[in-house]
Design a protein around this ligand. Structure first.
Ligand SMILES: Cc1ncc(COP(=O)(O)O)c(C=O)c1O
Length: 402
């Protein structure tokens, strides 16, 4: 596969996104089980054959060598090299990140251990945040004797309406101290204007915990430039790492706001490693990360991956906007969408029934999502093995079912 350098022009990135021969080549690096057309890559990504092969080899090796390798080499050296590799990929300091098992663990750990919330203050969540983040924020508020402010975003969302929703919440509730913010919501794929929102939050003295679960690997961003104090991520969605890996990010200078996890004393007070749950990680999975990062870079990084996913999304959305009986919920402002987009059948009450019909009658797997203020929807998420013709198949199915 020809790789392209990370520093390419927007035009080159755009060309690559449309280059079916290139993506056919990429697709050949994966084994895909025959069956339904998978438009539910929002759950987790597939490993390439090479990553899978390495993972299997690492598993066999760690099983053979056991503590002789893990105690003498992995714990003392290799795990730090892997953390440094990840930090380099993100453009942050290794001391600002700690590996975890998933985004949920990362985000809940940050929320659980946030120590700057005082009784009488408030936390803020929105209808588009992830369920386990919402429940953790409610839990934190209860535990600290704080209040909870829950906002519902306007529909259809615009760049300005998203900023306005938060602006109004901050003005109406000057006691807000901490907010959850989801970079890419799992409900509709809407991309939040994170940088502007963190600036706004900071001007109101509000700390942000960023949920980056769907952003890493499909949105081209500089973590440090987002200016968030705290963030949680996973590596199995758009990075294509084995399942069971994630990490927390705590910006330099903000570690004191997060307590050691459950009173951990294994690490120094200024070491982020003590801020995440202790335990034996999935070592063979961690050992694959250098290969995962090398493949990510070789394909052109998040810029190229994200452009491809957004291109596939545009292929079906452009057609679907013109189909009577289909409402696409995610806006077309390029700042506000990525590869994931949701829609609903307006003439059918039950979207779950329609998702089942998509599968039964057209062989297409997609999931329903509930909880957004804009109502129940069906989420479409292409992946790196999805072809332009798969999107045409989806459009034909939507026409038939609408
Ligand atoms: C927005 C968002 N946040 C958090 C998570 C949780 O990620 P994980 O499965 O790594 O815990 C997901 C998973 O789909 C998600 O979509």
């Amino acid at each position: 596969m020809t790789s392209i350098p990370m520093s390419t022009t927007a035009e080159q990135t755009d060309q690559r996104a449309r280059d079916e021969a290139f993506w056919k080549d990429v697709a050949q690096r994966y084994d895909v089980e025959p069956g339904a057309l998978n438009l539910e890559y929002g759950y987790f990504g597939r490993m390439t054959r090479e990553v899978l092969r390495q993972y299997e080899q690492n598993l066999a090796y760690v099983n053979r060598s056991n503590a002789v390798y893990v105690r003498q080499r992995f714990d003392t050296h290799d795990s730090e090299v892997i953390r440094a590799d990840l930090a380099q990929l993100l453009g942050v300091g290794a001391h600002e990140i700690a590996l975890t098992r998933c985004a949920t663990e990362s985000l809940q750990t940050l929320i659980r251990n946030y120590n700057e919330l005082q009784p009488g203050e408030q936390v803020l969540i929105s209808d588009l945040d992830y369920n386990s983040v919402q429940t953790a924020m409610r839990w934190l508020a209860r535990r600290c004797g704080a209040g909870i402010v829950e906002i519902t975003h306007r529909h259809p969302a615009t760049y300005e309406s998203l900023l306005q929703s938060y602006r109004e919440a901050f003005v109406a509730n000057p006691g807000i101290k901490l907010m959850a913010l989801t970079h890419v919501t799992h409900r509709t794929g809407l991309v939040m204007p994170v940088q502007d929102l963190t600036d706004l939050a900071r001007s109101h003295g509000v700390d942000v915990i960023l949920d980056g679960a769907h952003a890493l690997g499909q949105l081209d961003f500089e973590l440090e430039a987002l200016n968030v104090p705290f963030a949680g991520f996973n590596l199995q969605k758009w990075m294509g790492a084995p399942l069971s890996l994630g990490f927390v990010y705590v910006r330099q200078g903000r570690l004191a706001a997060i307590d050691p996890d459950m009173g951990d004393t294994r690490y120094a007070d200024d070491d982020i490693l003590g801020r995440v749950p202790y335990g034996t990680p999935n070592i063979p999975a961690l050992m694959t990360l250098p290969t995962v990062f090398a493949e990510h870079r070789a394909i052109g990084g998040s810029a190229v991956k994200g452009a491809r996913l957004a291109y596939l999304r545009d292929l079906w959305v452009k057609e679907a906007r013109g189909i009577e009986g289909i409402e696409v919920l995610t806006p077309d402002d390029p700042r506000l969408y990525c590869g994931i987009t949701s829609f609903r059948f307006t003439r059918h009450e039950d979207q779950q029934v329609m998702a089942q019909r998509l599968l039964d009658e057209h062989g297409i797997l997609a999931v329903t999502r509930y909880g957004a203020g804009c109502g129940p929807c069906i989420r479409i998420t292409p992946g790196f093995t999805t072809r332009a013709e798969d999107m045409a198949r989806l459009v034909a199915a939507l026409r038939a079912l609408a």
